[in-house]
Design a protein around this ligand. Structure first.
Ligand code: PEP
Ligand code: MN
Length: 339
């Protein structure tokens, strides 16, 4: 259930209401402190609850039943789309964010070279895995903490933010020391303990859609993070598994406009894992911009064929520069800024 509160309510008044609801046995979550309407969702409501009684509480102007189970991720929970601010950068709300970098951090020299190449062509966030979820246990599993250290150095040198995957709740503190955004990978989208722990993290969370997750399951995974107190969740469409075997995954580009109708959270497209095919990355990045996604995440390597992981989908700095040129053209048509 959502309680729509008086727009003029002060933070103290809202805190008092939250306390009062707590005494009554409910949990109230403030879902949009900065938007026009301040709305709180109450957990603990069941069929025996006298919903009408809530209208007599101070500040409550309206009571909305939950149309979906993802009450906090739901578009109705906020008056505006979520814009996530990290240092001087914004994700969401008309800003097209380009996240680029290698699949895996391989060495200090590799991440420095790639950071230089992508930053000089307009990327604002450096990606790279230090803890890699590999299908085979015999494949390279990532450099771990030392990799994160190299990535932070590269990001700082080229004025980039950085993002890396966390596979385990106990590693969140470690990741937060180095990165600006925590990535939760497709394979862990339904790792509920990890989602709950990410909900208590201080840094924004980039949540990738599971390999066979429906939109409902995807948004409920985001809801786990939001309901544990972290309002900064970014969704990533990264392709799903279908009957097609030629490409690695089928990039569900329609997820962007469809999720847009359902949620206020920013939506990023990953055309690299979404296709697994180098020459398909730029066209699908263009498609992401054309459907007004909030950005892309792409895998770039200075020597793509020698990438330790995901070599077939890695693009070179030259291909990245060409892709950015065409994105700038489309940005004018859809009235977005790349930053
Ligand atoms: C990645 O981005 O490095 C990755 C492993 O992606 P996904 O979880 O989408 O497979
Ligand atoms: Mn990869």
């Amino acid at each position: 259930m959502i309680l729509v509160l008086d727009n003029q309510a002060t933070n103290d008044e809202i805190k008092n209401l939250q306390q009062r609801l707590k005494f009554m046995g409910f949990e109230a979550i403030i879902s949009n402190e900065n938007a026009q309407k301040t709305i709180s969702l109450v957990k603990g409501v069941d069929k025996n609850t006298d919903i009408k009684g809530f209208i007599n509480l101070p500040l409550v102007k309206e009571i909305l039943p939950l149309k979906t189970k993802f009450g906090l991720a739901n578009k109705d929970a906020k008056a505006q789309q979520t814009v996530i601010r990290i240092k001087d950068k914004k994700i969401g709300g008309g800003h097209f964010t380009v996240m680029a970098g290698p699949c895996a951090i391989e060495s200090r020299q590799q991440i420095l070279a790639i950071a230089k190449a992508v930053s000089s062509n307009g990327a604002s966030i450096l990606r790279g895995g230090a803890f890699k979820p590999r299908t085979s246990p015999y494949d390279f599993q990532g450099l771990g903490e030392v990799g994160l250290h190299y990535m932070r150095e590269a990001a700082d040198r080229y004025n980039l933010l950085c993002i890396s995957e966390v596979m385990n709740a106990k590693d969140i503190d470690l990741l937060e020391k180095y990165v600006d955004i925590l990535q939760i990978g497709a394979r862990n989208m339904q790792n509920y303990n990890l989602l709950k722990a990410a909900g208590q993290a201080k840094k924004p969370v980039f949540l990738k859609r599971g390999l066979s997750a429906t939109y409902n399951e995807f948004l409920l995974a985001a809801e786990y993070i939001l309901s544990c107190g972290n309002p900064n969740v970014i969704l990533c469409e990264r392709g799903i598994r279908t009957f097609e075997t030629h490409s690695r995954n089928t990039l569900d580009i329609a997820a962007v406009p469809i999720l847009r109708e359902l949620t206020h959270l920013p939506i990023i497209v990953d055309p690299s894992h979404g296709t697994g095919i180098r020459n398909a990355v730029a066209p699908m990045a263009n498609a992401a911009m054309a459907v007004c996604a909030d950005g892309i995440m792409v895998e770039v390597h200075t020597d793509p064929d020698k990438s330790v992981s995901d070599a077939q989908q890695a693009i070179s700095p030259t291909m990245f520069a060409d892709m950015m040129r065409s994105l700038r053209g489309i940005a004018k048509a859809v009235d977005m800024t790349i930053d």
